[in-house]
Design a protein around this ligand. Structure first.
Ligand code: FMN
Length: 201
C-alpha cells in the first residue's frame, strides 16, 4: 500500500486539528499495513507556486535544455507521479473562508492535468486515478448540517475534485465547530478520533 499524506494547515502540529488527526490516521493505517510506504507532502512548509506561464508551458512542451523549465517539469512530474502511485491519499485540510487553503488549491492545480490524471473523451471527461481518499477536515463553524451547510465549499470541492480524477471512494472525517468553545473543540476532536479508530480497526 502506498499512502500519500498531505497537510495544508497553517498551524503547527501542536495547534492544528487537521495535522494531529491526519497523522493519527496515517499512523493507524501504517500499523494495520506494516509494509505501507508513506510519502508526506506539507503544503505549508513547502509551498507550491501558483500556476504561471512557465508551468503552463512546461505541461505542453518538450524540454530543450532550459534549466528553469526542466526544474518545473521535474516538479510537475514528481507531483503527478506520487499521486498516481498512491493507493490511499490522506488530506488534512482546514476550512479557510469556506473552502480549501490556497496552498491546497495550488496543489490541485498542479495535479489535475488532462492526459495525466484525467482525460477528455467523446463521452466527456474521465478520471484516470483510483484508490481511496480520506479527507480530514476542520472548521471553526459547523457545516455538515444546519444553517451553514450551504457554505461548505471544502468537503464538496475536495470530493468533486477527487471524483473527477476517478477516485470515487472518498471518506470525510471532520472536527467541526471548534470555535464554539473548548468543550465543543474537545468533543469534535474526540468524535473525529473515534472515527479514525473505527476506520483503522
Ligand atoms: C485564514 C483562516 C480562515 C478561516 N476561515 C474559516 C471559515 O470560513 N469557516 C470556519 O468555520 N472556520 C474558518 N477558520 C477556522 C479554521 O477552519 C479552524 O480553526 C480549523 O480548526 C483550522 O484547522 P487546523 O486547526 O488544522 O489549522 C479559518 C481560519 C483561518 C486561519
Amino acid at each position: 500500500m502506498n499512502i500519500l499524506h498531505i497537510d495544508a494547515s497553517a498551524s503547527d502540529r501542536v495547534a492544528s486539528h487537521t495535522r494531529r488527526l491526519s497523522s493519527e490516521l496515517v499512523e493507524r493505517l501504517k500499523t494495520a499495513n506494516p509494509g505501507a510506504t508513506i510519502v508526506y507532502r506539507d503544503l505549508v512548509a513547502n509551498q507550491l507556486p501558483h500556476v504561471d506561464m512557465t508551468i503552463r508551458h512546461a505541461w505542453t512542451t518538450e524540454n530543450t535544455g532550459d534549466t528553469k523549465l526542466g526544474e518545473t517539469m521535474s516538479r510537475s512530474k514528481a507531483l503527478v507521479d506520487e499521486l498516481k502511485a498512491a493507493d490511499v491519499v490522506v488530506v488534512g485540510s482546514p476550512m479557510y473562508n469556506f473552502t480549501v487553503p490556497s496552498t491546497l488549491k495550488a496543489w490541485v492545480d498542479h495535479v489535475a492535468i488532462a492526459g495525466q490524471t484525467f482525460s477528455y473523451t467523446a463521452e466527456g471527461p474521465r478520471g484516470l486515478l483510483s484508490g481511496k481518499v480520506y479527507l480530514v477536515l476542520s472548521s471553526g463553524g459547523i457545516y455538515s448540517q444546519g444553517p451553514f451547510a450551504a457554505y461548505d465549499h471544502l468537503s464538496t470541492y475536495l470530493k468533486a475534485i477527487f471524483n473527477f480524477l476517478g477516485v470515487l471512494d472518498v471518506e470525510v472525517i471532520r472536527a467541526e465547530g471548534i470555535a464554539y468553545g473548548p468543550e465543543q473543540d474537545q468533543a469534535a476532536m474526540a468524535s473525529a478520533a473515534q472515527e479514525i479508530e473505527a476506520i483503522a480497526a
